[in-house]
Design a binder for this molecule. Structure first.
Ligand SMILES: Cc1ncc(COP(=O)(O)O)c(C=O)c1O
Length: 377
């Protein structure tokens, strides 16, 4: 970034380009095996979601299906807090005050394994949730532009971790019903779930298909500068490729694709490569798993201890209503920053944490939990 400051600090991407944004787009496209070979930039996660939503509805308009302009999302999904993103965010807390302003999306059931019926496996539940999606699409596909999902982990819903099989079924259904699929990887991308894109865990030899859009932000610059982007396919790009501005995707922000942010993102990708971050994260995640199993698996208040790569979580049974606040304070007293979502305690450790820091984290969480659940005088 220091080097970049001496060359060019900013140019609007409207009508201009610069080498870092080209290189970043090409490197990210390569990470998708060039399946999503086009990139559109913004500065924050919610704007990336807006772009994917607008682009999917506009895609259908350009293809001669202007009535395909509604969206579908998962129960408990979170995609940001601008009006479009809130429309596909199924959280009363964030949505209620603005309900009259929103074009709310329809929701389909989440494949949250905690909702499994007696004896039902997580994969069986994934099939049940997909059957509900199928039933919805059968009736409404003609008006739906896109379905948006948080792949593998629904973060704000309380670190809901579901089976990749659900996303294979979703991809197949979206293809069958001509609905575009948006993978919001703003929280789960950039290596967080164990692969650079969470979607890599969805593809198999028999299910090689990728989503039509991937949104990225948060980890893309290693936390140095705001940047977000949407990756998409030749098919979507092609629908906008025309001389007429009516067909063009008119969307821009002042700092779209800022060159300093792109350099920070390139430096972050370099570190991923040089330090083999995905592999070392795998070892770090295994260590976190061992520590959590040892401390929490037999803890009487713990339910649903779960982990996907560098995200781990458990639910606390019998938690008092003010649990999150008290737990957070008790953790801070132990030099650990943890912010439960309701009664779900979750861990998203930085990728630089070493073994002794992981130990401090897990022991701090255990101490905070016991202090919070202890009867108060
Ligand atoms: C899955 C997901 N989508 C979208 C967003 C919105 O990103 P931003 O806060 O940068 O607008 C977030 C933020 O937490 C997120 O977790």
């Amino acid at each position: 970034m220091r080097d970049q400051l001496d060359r060019l600090e900013h140019v609007m991407l409207a009508g201009f380009t610069h080498p870092p944004v080209v290189e970043l787009s090409e490197r990210l496209a390569a990470l998708t095996g060039n399946r999503l070979g086009h990139a559109f930039y913004a500065s924050d996660g919610a704007s990336a979601v807006e772009i994917a939503l607008k682009m999917s509805a506009h895609y259908w308009r350009n293809k001669g299906h202007p009535h395909k302009n509604r969206f579908l999302c998962l129960a408990g999904g979170y995609h940001g807090e601008t009006l479009g993103a809130l429309g596909v965010t199924d959280m009363a807390l964030f949505r209620e005050a603005y309900a009259p302003l929103l074009k709310a999306a329809a929701t389909v059931p989440t494949p949250d394994p905690r909702r499994a019926k007696g004896g039902e496996t997580a994969v069986e539940l994934a099939h049940r949730a997909a059957a509900a999606l199928e039933a919805h699409l059968l009736h409404h596909h003609a008006e739906i532009a896109a379905l948006i999902v948080e792949p593998l982990v629904q973060g704000a819903a309380g670190m809901v971790m579901y089976e990749p099989e659900y996303l294979r079924l979703v991809r197949t259904l979206c293809d069958r019903f001509n609905v575009l699929l948006i993978a919001d990887e703003i929280a789960v991308g950039n290596g967080r779930t164990g692969t650079y894109f969470a979607w890599e865990q969805v593809t198999t030899e028999h299910h090689p298909r990728w989503p039509d859009f991937i949104c990225l932000s948060k980890g893309i610059t290693g936390g140095y500068l705001p940047l977000s982007l949407v990756l998409t396919t030749d098919e979507v790009y092609g629908a906008f490729y025309a001389d007429s501005t009516a067909k063009a995707f008119l969307h821009s922000h002042s700092y779209t694709g800022n060159v300093l942010a792109c350099r920070a993102a390139l430096a972050t990708l370099d570190i991923f490569k040089e330090d083999n971050v995905i592999v070392s994260n795998r070892l770090r995640a295994e260590q976190l798993d061992r520590l959590l199993q040892r401390r929490f698996v037999n803890h009487p208040a713990i339910r649903h201890l779960r982990q996907r790569g560098m995200i781990a979580a458990f639910d606390v049974e019998g938690a008092p209503p003010d649990f999150a606040h008290h737990f957070s304070c008790a953790a801070l007293e132990r030099n650990v920053l943890l912010r439960p979502i309701g009664n779900t305690v979750y861990f998203m450790p930085p990728y630089v944490m070493n073994d002794s820091e992981l130990l401090l984290l897990v022991d701090g969480a255990l101490g905070a939990l016991d202090a919070t659940l202890a009867p108060r005088a």
